[in-house]
Ligand binder design. Structure first.
Ligand code: IMP
Length: 430
C-alpha cells in the first residue's frame, strides 16, 4: 500500500472498523497520529491469536519502531492511558516512540463525574455518552479552564490552577447537584501519580510532525469516532465533542490543510450506532439481530449492544462531501453473507418532499423515511476471499453500487478481523 500522507476517517457513527484498517495501513507508515477524541474510542485489533483493545493509543502502536503521536486535539485520561500502556508492556509491546502533545487537554476525575451527572440530569434526553468525561473536558478547553498535559511539567503551578478550578467545580457539585465535591489532596494522591508517569512522553508533537514531514516520512492520521458524531457536522446534540472529520486533522495535529494528504473514508457494509439519537435506516427486526450477532456489534469501550441498520447512502454522501474522501474502505463485508436481499437508502422521504441531502435539523431527520434500493444478496461465506474477482457477483455488484451512488472509488474491502482478511482494490494512495 503506497502513500505519503493518509487520513483515515469514520464516515458513519463510529465503530466502522477503523482500528482494523488503520492497523493494516500502519505497516507502511513511519508516523501514526491521533488528532481528536480520547478514551471514548475503542479500537479492536487482532494480531495473530491476540486481541488488543486500544482507547487512546493509535493502532500503529502494535508495530515495533513506529512513531506514534497523540495530538493536541485529544483529551487524555492519564489513569486509563497508563493502564493501556501497562497492558501493552505485559504483552511485550514497548511503545518507545510514543509522544504526547503538551497541548492535549487532561480529563480530570471531575469531568467524569460531571459527564455522569449531566447525563442523569438530561433524563429522557440522554446522549448515551461513554461516561469517560469527554464532553466536560472539551467544555473546559473551550471555556479556557482546562489543564493541559504540558501543565504536568510544572506541578507547583498545576496545583495552584487546580485549586482555583476545584473551588468553582465544587460549587456546581454541591449546590447544583447536591453531591460531594473533590478535594485537592485526594486528586494529588489518586490522580497525579498516574499523570506523572506520562511526563517522559510529553513534548511539542507538532514540531516532531513537521520534522518528520520535512524528512519525507510517511504519515497516517487516524480519526476516532465518525463523521455523524462530529460536533459540527454530526447529528447534534447526539454527537461527541470533537471534530472527527478530515478537517479536524489540521487543528488536532497542528499541520496545514494540504498536509492531510489522501483521505480514506471507512464505512461498514451496513450501519451501526451506539448511544441515542435518530437513525433513519435502523432495523429493529430479526435481520438487525442477525447482523448484530454475526458482526459482534457490542461496544469496545462500554460493551453496549449497537443499534443496526441498512447502509445509509444519504448520510454517506454527506460524509463524502464534508470529508472530501478520495477512497472508501468497506468493512464487515462478510457479515452480509446469507441475506436474500440487501437494502441501501438513496434518499429520505420527508412528508411529500424527497431529500437527497442530510438535514441539520433532528426534527426533520426524525420524521424522515428512507427510500431504499434493493439488491440481491449472496449465500457464500466470503471471509477467506482474497481477490475482488473471487467474490460472488452479487457482492461485487454491491460494491459497484456504492461506488456509483457516492462517486468515490472503493479501495479496500475487509472480510474479517485479521490483517490478511483484506481485499485490496487500489494499491496506490499517492
Ligand atoms: P462521548 O464521546 O462519550 O461524549 O459520547 C457521545 C456520543 O458519541 C455517544 O452517542 C457515544 O456512544 C458516541 N461515541 C463516542 N465515542 C465513540 C466511539 O468510539 N464509537 C462509537 N460511538 C462513540
Amino acid at each position: 500500500m503506497e502513500y505519503s500522507m493518509l487520513t483515515v476517517v469514520g464516515s458513519q457513527w463510529g465503530d466502522e472498523g477503523k482500528g482494523k484498517i488503520t492497523d493494516f495501513l500502519a505497516e507502511q507508515a513511519d508516523v501514526i497520529v491521533r488528532y481528536q477524541g480520547g478514551p471514548n474510542a475503542g479500537h479492536t485489533v487482532v494480531v495473530g491469536e491476540e486481541i488488543f483493545k486500544l482507547h487512546h493509543l493509535p493502532s500503529g502502536i502494535l508495530y515495533p519502531g513506529k512513531t506514534c503521536l497523540l495530538g493536541n486535539g485529544m483529551v487524555l485520561d492519564p489513569v486509563i492511558l497508563q493502564s493501556e500502556l501497562e497492558n501493552l508492556k505485559e504483552r511485550g509491546v514497548f511503545p518507545d516512540k510514543l509522544f504526547i502533545s503538551d497541548r492535549a487537554h487532561l480529563i480530570m476525575p471531575y469531568h467524569k463525574k460531571l459527564d455522569e451527572l449531566e447525563e442523569k440530569a438530561r433524563s429522557g434526553r440522554q446522549i448515551g455518552t461513554t461516561g469517560r468525561g469527554i464532553g466536560p473536558a472539551y467544555v473546559d478547553k473551550i471555556s479556557r479552564q482546562g489543564l493541559r498535559s504540558g501543565d504536568l511539567q510544572n506541578e507547583k503551578e498545576l496545583i495552584k490552577k487546580l485549586d482555583f478550578i476545584l473551588r468553582q467545580k465544587n460549587e456546581i457539585f454541591t449546590r447544583f447537584y447536591g453531591e460531594r465535591g473533590f478535594s485537592l489532596e485526594d486528586l494529588e494522591k489518586e490522580y497525579l501519580p498516574a499523570a506523572r508517569k506520562l511526563l517522559p512522553y510529553i513534548t511539542d508533537t507538532s514540531v516532531l510532525l513537521a520534522e518528520e514531514i520535512e524528512g519525507g516520512s510517511r504519515i497516517l492520521f487516524e480519526g476516532a469516532q465518525g463523521t455523524m458524531l462530529d460536533i459540527d457536522f454530526g447529528t447534534y446534540p447526539y454527537v461527541t465533542s470533537s471534530n472527527p472529520v478530515s478537517g479536524g486533522v489540521c487543528i488536532g495535529a497542528g499541520v496545514a490543510p494540504y498536509r492531510a494528504g489522501t483521505i480514506l473514508g471507512i464505512t461498514k457494509a451496513y450501519t451501526t450506532r451506539v448511544g441515542e439519537g435518530p437513525f433513519p435506516t435502523e432495523l429493529k427486526d430479526q435481520i438487525g439481530d442477525m447482523l448484530r450477532e454475526k458482526g459482534r456489534e457490542y461496544g469496545t469501550t462500554t460493551g453496549r449492544p449497537r443499534r443496526i441498520g441498512w447502509l445509509d447512502g444519504v448520510a454517506l454522501r454527506y460524509a463524502c462531501r464534508i470529508n472530501g474522501f478520495h477512497y472508501l474502505a468497506i468493512t464487515l463485508f462478510d457479515v452480509l453473507s446469507g441475506l436474500k436481499t440487501i437494502k441501501i437508502a438513496t434518499a429520505y422521504r420527508y412528508g411529500d418532499r424527497l431529500l437527497e441531502h442530510f438535514p441539520a435539523s433532528l426534527h426533520i431527520l426524525e420524521k424522515c423515511d428512507p427510500v431504499y434500493m434493493e439488491l440481491e444478496g449472496w449465500e457464500e461465506d466470503i471471509s477467506e476471499v482474497k481477490e475482488l474477482h473471487a467474490l460472488p457477483i452479487q457482492a461485487r455488484n454491491y460494491i459497484r453500487t456504492i461506488e456509483e451512488l457516492l462517486k468515490v472509488k472503493v479501495a479496500l474491502v475487509s472480510v474479517g478481523p485479521r490483517r490478511d482478511q483484506t481485499i485490496v482494490l487500489t494499491n496506490n494512495f499517492k
